[in-house]
Design a protein around this ligand. Structure first.
Ligand code: NAD
Ligand code: UD1
Length: 340
């Protein structure tokens, strides 16, 4: 079965493509390579023995998208990863984010209608819960005002999907609210490839460990948490990728309860920044150089998932431990260093 994966050469997309191939699906990738590299396809081939079909264009370009669907009438489902995701950049360039993240989604929804494609999985984020007071957060926790234009694009996208689903009974959609994906494929053939200085914690840690960065800055140690640093729910990207295959099966089998559903994808455990550093030190045998600095504006204090609904409905739970996930991130960083 052919599945379109937008953003399929990106971090989460590439790991999902591998899992799709493993489960017998035929992923077809569209990516404009704005935040990924074509050589990711070689990494996928090294793992799966199959180089997936790839087309390079911007899905905001409706004519190219139309041509694509004209030539690919047998696509049964879409997994839509393509978006911009840098929170800080979205504050500086909000229109870029609203345009790219929302026009791409609307182009896909219109094409789905025109070409009779029923199923779509959308990459949402725990950022929709904002600075929540309810912990852990369930899928029914309130969606609080977005902390950034990026976060707002996820909230608006979810509303677009929900409204579209309400008016189109034959349309089937799932939003997956990811908590913090980390790590790489255990083969170290694919992983996270931040362009420039990483914004996210784990690539910053591994780049500091390997010597690309001098030290990690820990953003704040005066939060109301046991060690004072902020808490997140970090899940292995391979576990996250597998959840997409489960959600896809749910849509295709029509075992979904409603034609728009939302699931949290996390481990259910909160981990502090200092605990992340301890995990890295255990796994690498190093002692990471870090210093405490001021809080990063816009950061929430703590958030982790209530995973009971996804465990019950999707029968999906994370399998990897934190140390296992960090080890794969470290193996990937070491491989990148060797290739240089
Ligand atoms: P990524 O940047 O690695 O992958 C996104 C891919 O989409 C990139 O390869 C990029 O080149 C492509 N792309 C962007 N805009 C495009 C367009 N208009 N047309 C075609 N291709 C386009 O990001 P990721 O970490 O793999 O994230 C995937 C999705 O998951 C995004 O929607 C992101 O917002 C969401 N998400 C990510 C995280 C995270 O921590 N990584 C957390 C929550 C949600
Ligand atoms: C952010 C977004 C999330 C988005 C994700 C992917 C928010 C609230 N969340 O997640 O929506 O999907 O990025 O881009 O905006 N940290 C340091 N030093 C660093 C980097 C990070 O101490 O150099 C800390 C942060 O303060 C935070 C934790 O590490 O407490 C995780 O940060 P990060 O990896 O950037 O993810 P989020 O901010 O949780």
């Amino acid at each position: 079965m052919k599945v379109l994966v937008t953003g399929g050469t990106g971090y989460i997309g590439s790991h999902t493509v591998v899992e799709l191939i493993e489960q017998g699906y035929e992923p077809v990738i569209i990516d404009n390579l704005s935040n990924s590299k074509i050589k990711v396809l070689d990494g996928i081939k090294a793992i799966s023995d199959i180089k997936p079909r790839f087309e390079k264009f911007d899905i905001c370009d409706i004519e190219s998208l139309d041509k694509f669907f004209e030539n690919n009438r047998d696509i049964k489902a879409i997994i839509h990863f393509a978006a911009f995701k840098a929170v800080g950049e979205s504050v500086e360039k909000p229109l870029l984010y609203y345009y790219n993240n929302l026009v791409s989604l609307m182009n896909l929804l219109r094409a789905m209608k025109k070409y009779n494609i029923a199923n779509i999985i959308f990459s949402s984020s725990c950022t929709v819960y904002g600075d929540t007071e309810e912990l852990p957060v369930t899928e029914n926790s309130p969606v609080l005002p977005a902390q950034s234009p990026y976060g707002n694009t996820k909230q608006i996208a979810e509303e677009i999907l929900s409204d579209h689903a309400a008016s189109h009974k034959d349309f089937n959609s799932i939003s997956l609210r990811y908590f913090n994906p980390i790590g790489a494929h255990p083969s170290a053939h694919i992983g996270e490839l931040p362009i420039g200085e990483p914004e996210n914690l784990v690539p910053y840690i591994t780049q500091t460990g390997i010597g690309i960065r001098k030290e990690l800055q820990v953003f704040g140690n005066n939060y109301n948490t046991p060690d004072g640093t902020a808490i997140r729910d970090y899940l292995h990207v391979v576990d996250l990728a597998k959840a997409h295959v489960v959600a896809l099966k749910r849509l295709i089998d029509r075992s979904n309860k409603r034609n728009y559903e939302v699931f949290n994808l996390g481990t259910g455990k909160g981990v502090s920044v200092l605990e992340m550093i301890e995990s890295f030190n255990r796994v690498s045998g190093l002692s990471l150089n870090y210093k405490i600095v001021d809080r990063r504006p816009g950061d929430v204090e703590k958030i982790w998932a209530d995973t009971s609904y996804s465990a019950k409905e999707l029968r999906w739970e994370t399998e990897s431990s934190l140390d296992e996930a960090i080890k794969t991130a470290w193996d990937w960083e070491k491989r990148l260093a060797k290739e240089k």
